[in-house]
Design a protein around this ligand. Structure first.
Ligand code: SAH
Ligand code: SF4
Length: 360
């Protein structure tokens, strides 16, 4: 539901100071509120114990901090957690937290969404097949992280502010089709007084939105770019990733070359392995020809099956064989360890409002 209250989440410190001044308050109040939001994930002004009572009341009447609520969650055998979060308009998105390392000191990578659904419509992807509802605002993108972190800290009884160490834009949606909100959210993640996550710990994954790749190159940031390739000839890629009809492989590769030349960063290509679809010897040869000149990393992802879409994961020997062809051809290739697939939290299995699979 739209609200007339001023949204404070996502304002940087200076904006928050200006806001406090605009309502007749001292600027230092902004620093207090900022701290409550970003270190304690507090969204009720009444919980901000160092603000005067009158001010808490006043802020509650005119402003809000929309950290999404975690409605439900599931925990995988490997420690991966999937959250169902509710946005202000009651739309729901899924977020995933993946543990890095084990034990008490483990940190988490969070997989965030940038849209409710996705307009790209890849034929193998649950999100793409569930249609597109809307873009997320940047404060909702940041809110996902805060809402998930609050829940994680509560569950683990942890006070560790840095419990989330990496952010990957690989949840629902195509980040570069929601460019402005995505980039604002990255600036806030990176801000030392907000979430303080280093640029090299942030990965943006795209299905090949060429205009966005070029814009991102020009931001002058040290982000990691991941490109979802899945096919190395246009006919197959047109079918799997419909965005390829707008930006064929030649245009995509040119944009990636530009990204590499401007940022000096290695790019990662993601390649989902689907049986009988994209893992023939010819596919491997096409990939070697296309990617070898780029000195890129290739990340193979065994397909996570989605009911009704008609794609299957190849057998282990076939996966190994494909891997071997690429490695012999001189590509720098890794096989992604799949986490969370037992709770449908793996890549491409997130769906808007898909709440019936949660067991509390
Ligand atoms: N829209 C962006 C980011 C979100 S999808 C993109 O496409 O890159 C994140 C990754 O999950 C992409 O590489 C996507 O191709 C992959 N993916 C989608 N469905 C999948 C599935 N069922 N199994 C494995 N990976 C999948
Ligand atoms: Fe969208 Fe990425 Fe899924 Fe394609 S794979 S439909 S771009 S979320």
């Amino acid at each position: 539901m739209a609200s007339n209250k001023d949204e404070l989440l996502g304002k940087d410190l200076e904006e928050l100071e200006n806001y406090m001044i605009s309502i007749g308050q001292a600027a230092f109040r902004a620093r207090q509120i900022f701290k409550w939001i970003y270190t304690k994930e507090v969204n009720s002004f009444y919980d901000m114990s160092d603000l005067p009572r009158e001010l808490r009341k006043k802020l509650d009447a005119i402003a809000q901090i929309s950290i999404p609520r975690v409605l439900k969650q599931r925990v995988s055998n490997d420690g991966t957690r999937k959250y169902l979060l509710e946005l202000r308009d009651k739309k729901r998105i899924e977020g995933v937290l993946i543990p890095q390392g084990s034990g008490k000191d483990s940190r988490y990578t969070i997989c965030v969404s940038t849209q409710v659904g996705c307009p790209v419509g890849c034929s193998f992807c649950a999100t793409g097949q569930s249609g597109f509802q809307r873009n997320l605002d940047y404060y909702e993108i940041i809110g996902q992280i805060l809402g998930s972190r609050r829940e994680l800290k509560r569950k683990l009884k942890s006070n560790e502010e840095n419990i989330i160490s990496n952010v990957v834009y690989m949840g629902m949606g195509e980040p570069l089709l929601n460019y402005d909100e995505m980039i604002k959210s990255i600036y806030m993640l990176n801000h030392p007084k907000a979430l303080g996550i280093g640029q090299r710990h942030i990965t943006v994954s795209t299905a090949g939105e060429v205009k966005g790749i070029k814009r991102l190159a020009n931001e002058g940031m040290q982000l990691t770019l991941a490109v979802s390739l899945h096919a190395c000839d246009d006919i197959l890629r047109n079918h799997l990733v419909p965005l390829n009809r707008k930006y064929p492989l030649s245009a995509l590769i040119e944009a990636i070359e530009y990204y590499i030349s401007v940022t000096n960063r290695r790019v990662t290509f993601e390649y989902v392995l689907m049986d009988e679809v994209n893992i023939s010897k010819q596919d491997a040869q096409n990939m070697i020809r296309l990617l070898k000149p780029l000195l890129a990393n290739v990340n193979l992802i065994p397909y996570n099956e989605v009911a009704g879409l008609g794609y299957t994961k190849p057998s282990w020997p076939k996966i190994q064989q494909f891997f071997g062809w690429l490695a012999e051809g001189g590509l720098n290739v890794t096989l992604r360890e799949e986490k969370g697939s037992d709770i449908m939290a793996a890549c491409g299995q997130l769906r808007a409002g898909y709440s019936n699979i949660y067991r509390n």
